[in-house]
Write a protein that binds this ligand. Structure first.
Ligand code: SAM
Length: 278
């Protein structure tokens, strides 16, 4: 952070700057540098190792998309696993599904959870829900060791650096496959196809090796690196393009609806080509 601007550098030639009103909190956790800032345009924002994770103004797009596309593809998601997602945004959305009996959230860094509770009450509101089992643990180890079986698994990870790196590996997806029920499905955030094309292709290639059905869907997340943001779904049975339930039954949502669900799977040729060439 320099002066009253924060700068997120993506490549040697591209960076994004946000003007900040205040630095509300900074600490070095066991795993990463954590900061909460109040920005001029985007409300409060959480940064990990100088990478923006959530902003109050547009977090709903990412959290609704990473949650509801998979949850509405599965006809009855009773048990769900979230890996990462310590801010609680994905949890908040998953809890809107009436069939849900239990959700395990596995976050490696308890300081993310604590600071989200302190600074982002509207995002972290699900942490008091009785259906939640919160595990402060490494998601990589959790999927190897758990005896639970899941309907839906959502990987809401940070970028493939530090502790998040193995969450982008083939072995991890194979372990995830084993703990999904016979009709289960996986949703992961798979980065920007434009700026992190290699990560995007690699995630697709590996999930496609493990799952019979692999589909990519897109959403514009304003505060993430420019252009479309990708999510990749691996499904054992259900076709992600066929909605198993009505999004309207979830109550008021700010971004996701039936039309958005279908449209999100329509890929432009340059992204289709990236997938076909893996
Ligand atoms: N929406 C965000 C984005 O894409 O920028 C990601 C949100 S969430 C804050 C990501 C979380 O994943 C972080 O809190 C981080 O601590 C957690 N995480 C990273 N590696 C992990 C691992 N191996 N197991 C569990 N959680 C992990």
């Amino acid at each position: 952070m320099t002066g009253s601007w924060i700068c997120e550098k993506h490549t040697e030639g591209y960076a994004v700057k946000w003007k900040i009103k205040d630095i509300l909190h900074e600490e070095q956790t066991r795993y990463q540098k954590l900061a909460v800032v109040d920005t001029l345009e985007w409300g409060k924002a959480l940064l990990l190792d100088d990478a923006l994770q959530i902003s109050e103004k547009d977090e709903f797009i990412y959290h609704e998309m990473i949650s509801h596309v998979g949850m509405c593809t599965h006809p009855c998601p009773e048990r769900v696993l979230i890996i990462g997602g310590g801010d609680g945004g994905t949890l908040r959305e998953v809890l809107k599904h009436q069939q849900l009996n239990a959700v395990d959230l596995v976050e490696i860094d308890e300081r993310v959870v604590e600071n989200s509770k302190r600074f982002f009450p509207a995002i972290s509101c699900g942490f008091t829900d009785r259906r939640l089992n919160l595990h402060i643990a490494d998601g990589v180890h959790f999927v190897k060791e758990t005896s639970f079986r899941y309907d839906v698994i959502i990987v809401d990870s940070s970028d493939p650096l530090g502790p998040a790196t193995p969450l982008f590996n083939l072995e991890f997806y194979q372990d995830v496959y084993k703990i999904l029920k016979a009709d289960g499905l996986l949703v992961v955030q798979s980065e920007s196809p434009i700026f992190y094309g290699e990560v995007f292709r690699s995630v697709y290639r590996q999930i496609n090796t493990v799952f019979p059905l692999t589909r990519v869907f897109l959403a514009p997340i304003a505060t993430y690196v420019s252009g479309p943001w990708s999510f990749t779904m691996g499904s054992k049975k259900y076709n992600p393009r066929e909605l198993a339930k009505k999004p309207a039954d979830l109550g008021y949502l700010k971004y996701y609806n039936e039309g958005i669900h279908r449209a999100a799977f329509c890929l432009p040729p340059y992204i289709k080509e990236m997938i076909l060439s893996v």
